[in-house]
Design a protein around this ligand. Structure first.
Ligand SMILES: [Zn+2]
Length: 468
């Protein structure tokens, strides 16, 4: 059996300042080493001051993932030597002496499978190493400390995933969730980073690091499953190790033997006292939290929206915001359908979304026009194409593109006359087999470019057949 666990690092990009100093949390716009101070580069004698907002945002993530938030949180030093870590230790959280990290014991349902969250911790991001050329061949490595001290939330799951697909679904949900909560912008480079660990058939655990994108983590996991299975089939032991994802070659390569926890010599961070989290703070945060994706999905299902559509709609903030503004009780199903099938092609990427000229009013007008039989669903698609580009009102588009229903009897009867002459065989068949009537309706639709009123067309054809 395959077991996959994840460690996800999520930067709190929406904060003003870093975790322990007043340098900007948004380090991306600075020249190298221009967003630093004695605290975040760890000069001797400097003292960290904890960012209260970071604690609150991390608590919100914990609550949204069903975690418990303890009444006391504490910080620890994780010691290791690496050039991107100026203090030679990272201030993080550690649960070996009782749960003092910002969240623990959470769970999320993915494909009806329970994924347990072991813990959520608040910590500082290290700096960044910049290589000249490729990292293997370079002679020069540069260090940029602008990122050092940026607030980071680490989410550690139990190895509860069985397939790479479940991992992808979870990561999509998480990306939407942090965006929904207004704590992070997952589209920023490096804002959401994932390491995976994977083992098959109770074998050794292999860690995969260095995966740049969500799409690649799925590929890397698939590769690892195949690699480990082929070793196991030949009775070759699978060593416990860390492997890096080689993006160019699409394989994982052995990186180093894994550090053991004791190598980090964790000890309490004496410069930050234990922080008490008052119940009233948790209550206030709970009240101000946006509705969770899970409860949104349940609410959408009550409108009669199918589960899969409700899932797509609730887990994407852009779509659900549009839906919330456009729907009423009557048109909810139609609006959900328009967003998740017809609009999706025009609103897949961030750039596309920024250029959309569509408003919630457009969507509700469109749904009403389709439901009241003013235009066919097919014409609705054409109208939507025009709306997203021009932003013109629906009524104007319907008349300028001549999309309105053909529903005057005489012009429809003329079209049906033609079809009855052209499709003699189908007409004979339809007399005995009502199922083939749809074929004739289809022909009428084609001839009218999808504009014929379907109910009226069917009615007229039936009458015609009865009369023959
Ligand atoms: Zn600083």
């Amino acid at each position: 059996m395959t077991k996959i666990g994840l460690e996800i690092h999520c930067q709190l990009t929406k904060l003003e300042s870093k975790l322990f100093c007043s340098c900007k949390a948004d380090y991306r716009s600075f020249e190298p080493n221009d967003n630093i101070c004695p605290i975040c580069i760890g000069l001797p004698g400097s003292l960290p001051i904890l960012n209260q907002k970071a604690v609150e945002k991390a608590a919100m993530i914990s609550m949204a993932l069903g975690c418990k938030v303890p009444q006391k949180i504490g910080f620890f030093r994780k010691n290791y030597f690496y050039p991107d870590l100026p203090k030679s230790f990272q201030i993080t959280q550690y649960n070996a002496y009782g749960p003092t990290s910002i969240g623990y014991d959470g769970k999320v349902l993915i494909e009806d499978r329970e994924i347990k969250i072991r813990r959520i911790q608040l910590e500082e991001d290290p700096g960044r190493l910049v290589y000249e050329g490729s990292s293997e061949k370079t002679q020069i490595t540069l260090v940029d400390y602008n990122r050092a001290g940026t607030p980071l939330v680490e989410i550690v799951t139990e190895p509860d995933f069985e397939t790479p697909k479940q991992v992808r679904l979870f990561l999509n949900l998480l990306a939407d969730l942090v965006e929904n909560l207004g704590v992070s912008d997952p589209s920023l480079e490096g804002a959401l980073r994932v390491d995976g660990n994977i083992s098959i058939d109770k074998g050794n655990r292999v860690e995969i690091k260095n995966v740049a994108s969500f799409r690649d983590i799925e590929k890397a996991l698939h590769f690892e499953i195949t690699r480990q299975q082929s070793l196991a089939e030949r009775n070759i032991p699978i060593p416990a190790e860390t492997r890096h994802w080689d993006e160019a070659r699409k394989i994982t390569i052995s990186a180093r033997t894994k550090e053991e926890e004791q190598d980090y010599r964790y000890f309490p961070e004496a410069d930050i006292p234990t922080i008490l989290i008052d119940k009233t703070v948790i209550e206030r945060l709970g009240k101000n939290m946006p509705e969770s994706i899970i409860s949104k999905k349940e609410r959408y299902k009550k409108y009669g929206i199918p589960l899969q559509v409700a899932e797509v709609l609730s887990s994407d903030k852009f779509y659900s915001d549009l839906f919330e503004q456009a729907h009423n009780e009557k048109n909810a199903k139609e609006i959900a359908n328009l967003i998740t099938t017809d609009l999706k092609g025009f609103a897949d990427t961030k750039e596309q979304r920024e250029q959309l000229k569509l408003t919630p009013t457009h969507l509700s007008d469109l749904a009403d026009a389709i439901m009241n039989n003013k235009i066919t669903r097919n014409s609705g698609k054409i109208a939507l194409q025009e709306i997203v580009k021009t932003g013109k009102p629906l009524s104007e588009i319907i008349s300028s593109l001549d999309l309105g229903h053909v529903d005057d009897q005489s012009s429809l009867s003329k079209v049906i006359d033609d079809i009855f002459t052209e499709e003699q065989k189908a007409v004979d068949e339809a007399k005995n087999n009502p199922d083939t009537i749809n074929y004739l309706v289809g022909k009428v639709m084609k001839k009218t470019k999808g504009k014929a009123n379907p109910t009226l067309t069917l009615d007229l054809i039936k009458k015609r057949l009865d009369a023959q």
